[in-house]
Write a protein that binds this ligand. Structure first.
Ligand code: IMP
Ligand code: MG
Length: 190
């Protein structure tokens, strides 16, 4: 898989260190809530955030119920967003989130349309609070202007794979995050 990368952007040990730190930041922010740290309900967006979410929540040693939401915007070999689709059959988020403190977890903030659609959907379920955290944010104006509570890494505006992020379903199991080569992108389109 590494042979298909133009270059590695972030290596696994650096990811692990930053994810641990981010978990502390998320908890710190919530510890000032009235009555102390509330019970947090993580909502990882499938499929891209599954590895990030799995690592992040294991640095949060408290009782929690994890609710998955399945979202797609880059079907197959698309490298730009094709419109956001929330797949309700593959989501287990309760219709009623009254009193819950939701933490939306996504892999990458690009155009912002995924997080916009998801937070709008979650808000309609009446939670007490919604916070958002993303592993990566692309340095492009739409992403930098989008309101998000926690970002692990800002990266150049290029198509990246690894640590959960895919191209045509591949490369999610790559432990590092890297820029996919044009040659590899073209090869899948044939
Ligand atoms: P947005 O809705 O445009 O912000 O894009 C967010 C979603 O698009 C992410 O959850 C990813 O699934 C996908 N995505 C955006 N950029 C990349 C990338 O560089 N590599 C892989 N997936 C990406
Ligand atoms: Mg995704």
């Amino acid at each position: 898989m590494h042979a298909d990368l133009d270059r590695v952007l972030i290596e696994a040990p650096a990811i692990a260190q930053r994810v641990a730190e981010l978990a502390r930041q998320v908890l710190d922010e919530w510890k000032d809530a009235p009555g102390g740290t509330p019970e947090i309900t993580p909502v990882p967006l499938m499929t891209g955030s599954f590895i990030f979410a799995a690592d992040l929540i294991r640095h949060m040693p408290q009782m929690m119920q994890i609710q998955l939401m399945s979202v797609s915007s880059y079907p197959g070999t698309a490298t730009t967003s094709q419109g956001v689709h929330i797949d309700r059959r593959k989501s287990n988020v309760p219709d009623d989130l009254t009193g819950r403190h939701v933490l939306v977890i996504d892999d990458i903030l690009d155009s912002g349309s995924t997080l916009r659609a998801v937070t709008e959907d979650l808000r309609s379920r009446n939670p007490e609070a919604i916070k958002t955290c993303v592993l990566l944010r692309k340095q492009r104006p739409e992403a930098m202007a989008f309101p998000v509570d926690h970002v692990a890494f800002d990266i150049p505006d290029e198509f990246v794979v690894g640590y959960g992020l895919d191209y045509n379903g591949y490369y999610r199991n790559l432990p590092d995050i890297g820029v996919l080569s044009e040659k590899a992108i073209e090869a899948h389109r044939l």
